[in-house]
Write a protein that binds this ligand. Structure first.
Ligand code: SF4
Length: 353
């Protein structure tokens, strides 16, 4: 680890372009006691209704730590023809083409620039996770992976890595490299699961099936890095019970963290054409809130919930409009949990998931 987190106090803040904030969570007290013999999770003891990423970060680092996005110039096998062309239906992957890529500062330069922007909102934030976010961030020669991860970790304020990737780009050599890094620092690997239903993965032109995700999770387990899954609700053709089947699968796999958001639409995608043509209807806000709460109830209490909302920059975003109100949606989710006097995992034990 390149720097030790401090314990300085923190500020509240919101979004800033290119930065990924860790949200402060409203403190809502549950009135219902745990069953006898059940250990109180620290997040419940703190008055939360789910194991928020912010709570996890505070426990893990004992201070504010923000993610800073890093573009290492990776592309995606679902775009370059290795697996498929065109990419996922919802992804504006034209930006992954080398010819369209904006000239960026090197990795250390990008981190410095992001930190400078971040400091306008979080003046006292001293520690950061380098978030390899655009495209598929384990898709490249091993020596390139080694070099870019090492460069990020050489930044004196970077205390770990978050790496977004596909399950079919997680060969054993890559996992060995990530495991080696995780011996010395915090490493989180986020696989795009999206759904457990292969017909939905085919609809989105994902280029791999659910079995590929399960295989990557099983081979990643026990290697010392955090295993995360990215899940979308509101995929066309998925019923409420289909989405909850995905929740039970996430619970069954006992991954470390999950990101949940609704299917939303950005410009220059196949999805944008489908929405414009009326072929795809995006999920309504109230339906999403109820479904995400149902989803949370089925997850194990020890699973970190990294996010429950999603959006994109407004000039790039098509809909649904309510997705841009991230704070409001977050409050509505907390209110729904409170109205039910419910919390993450309330229905987990009873399902045997
Ligand atoms: S796998 Fe990820 S980067 Fe590749 S096309 Fe799909 S969403 Fe885009």
């Amino acid at each position: 680890m390149s720097a030790q987190p401090n314990t300085s106090p923190t500020n509240r803040s919101g979004l800033e372009s290119g930065l990924i904030p860790l949200y402060e969570v409203p403190q809502v007290q549950s009135t219902k006691p745990l069953t006898p013999g059940e250990t109180t999770p620290s997040w419940r003891a703190a008055g939360l209704r789910f194991y928020s990423y912010n709570h996890f970060i505070r426990q893990r680092f004992r201070c504010r730590v923000q993610k800073v996005s890093v573009d290492a110039g990776f592309t995606c096998p679902n775009v370059d023809g290795t697996v498929a062309v065109g990419g996922c239906t919802f992804c504006d992957n034209r930006s992954f083409s080398p010819s369209r890529r904006l000239p960026r500062a090197g990795i250390l330069g990008q981190i410095d620039q992001s930190i400078a922007r971040m400091r306008r909102r979080y003046a006292d934030c001293e520690h950061f996770l380098a978030y390899f976010q655009p495209a598929t961030n384990t898709y490249g020669p091993l020596d390139k992976l080694q070099r870019v991860y090492a460069e990020a970790l050489s930044h004196p304020q970077v205390v770990g890595l978050a790496i977004g990737t596909r399950s079919d780009c997680a060969g054993d050599e890559v996992l060995d490299l990530l495991a080696a890094l995780a011996r010395d620092t915090y490493v989180s690997v986020e696989y795009g699961m999206q759904t457990m239903h292969d017909r939905s993965l085919q609809w989105m032109n994902r280029g791999h099936d659910h079995g590929s995700f399960v295989d990557a999770v099983e081979r990643s387990r026990g290697r010392g890095f955090e295993i995360g899954a990215h899940v979308m609700l509101g995929l066309p053709g998925e019923s409420h019970s289909d989405m909850l089947a995905t929740a039970r699968e996430v619970a069954r796999l006992q991954i470390d963290s999950v990101k949940i958001h609704n299917l939303y639409c950005v410009k220059n995608t196949k999805l944008a054409d489908q929405v414009a043509a009326g072929e795809v209807t995006l999920m309504e806000r109230d339906d999403y809130v109820r479904t995400v709460v149902d989803f949370l109830e089925l997850l194990p209490p020890e699973m970190i919930v990294e996010r429950v909302t999603g959006d994109a920059p407004p000039d790039y975003f098509i809909g649904p409009a309510w997705s841009l109100d991230k704070g409001g949606v977050r409050q509505q989710i907390d209110a729904e949990l409170a109205a039910r006097d419910s919390w993450q995992g309330k229905k987990w034990a009873s399902t045997g998931a």
